[in-house]
Design a protein around this ligand. Structure first.
Ligand code: CMP
Length: 206
């Protein structure tokens, strides 16, 4: 029987201005929960940028105060990767309203670090918004599905495993004191994609 496919997904997390002083603690929770932080940046959004980011809430009663709050101080935006990252992160942060979060999800990030229904410490994309929000905060990032299952196996088998296997075999023979640095150096020296310089220079007479 085929093993179940594991899909690594990406989502956007934001530590909001009201929780910026607790950023280290929140990042610690993120790492402990098994997320990989692929990208991270600290930013201070203008009201215009904030309005664009939250465009789907335009026209709602709370929109003007949301824009004022989110542009009131620095934020930290992160691209998180993990299996089922969107839902997992939303589960971890808890309900939007911190008062409700404290009642129903007392261990959630919003229950622990949020202030009220608006200043709720963190943001998490939903399933439909993740790609757009990652691009918004990290315009240079390429949002392609991370290869998984057979596609990942094929990729590694073709382009990585043959070189890695040679390197690991040599490593076991040498048994250096710092194997990681040794392997890193070996990979740089033996990178099959490294351009070769042909030292036989042929001079063609005019
Ligand atoms: P977030 O998950 O970032 O998405 C939209 C944000 O709008 C939300 O968190 C809150 O900060 C804010 N928000 C949502 N609902 C309300 C509300 N009823 N009153 C005030 N702010 C809200």
């Amino acid at each position: 029987m085929e093993p179940p496919q594991i899909y690594v997904e990406r989502t956007l997390a934001i530590i909001k201005p009201d929780a910026i002083d607790c950023a280290d603690e929140i990042e610690e929770i993120i790492y402990r929960s098994g997320f990989t932080v692929l990208q991270k940046r600290r930013a201070h959004l203008t009201p215009e940028q904030t309005s664009d980011f939250y465009a789907e809430h335009y026209g709602k009663m709370f929109f003007p105060s949301l824009v004022a709050y989110m542009s009131s101080g620095p934020i930290i935006a992160m691209v998180l990767a993990k299996e089922n990252a969107v839902n997992y992160w939303r589960e971890l942060i808890g309900p939007t309203n911190c008062f409700r979060a404290r009642e129903t999800h007392p261990d959630s990030i919003r229950a622990l670090y949020g202030t009220d229904d608006q200043r709720n410490a963190v943001h998490g994309s939903d399933q439909y918004g993740a790609e757009r929000e990652i691009r918004f905060m990290f315009p240079e990032s390429i949002v392609e599905p991370i290869p998984s299952g057979q596609a990942a196996k094929d990729y590694l088998a073709k382009l990585v495993n043959p070189t890695l296997l040679r390197g690991l075999t040599n490593l076991c023979k040498q048994k250096p004191g710092d194997p990681i640095t040794w392997l890193a150096d070996w990979l740089i020296q033996n990178n099959p994609n490294k351009p070769c310089v042909n030292d036989k220079v042929e001079i063609v007479e005019p």
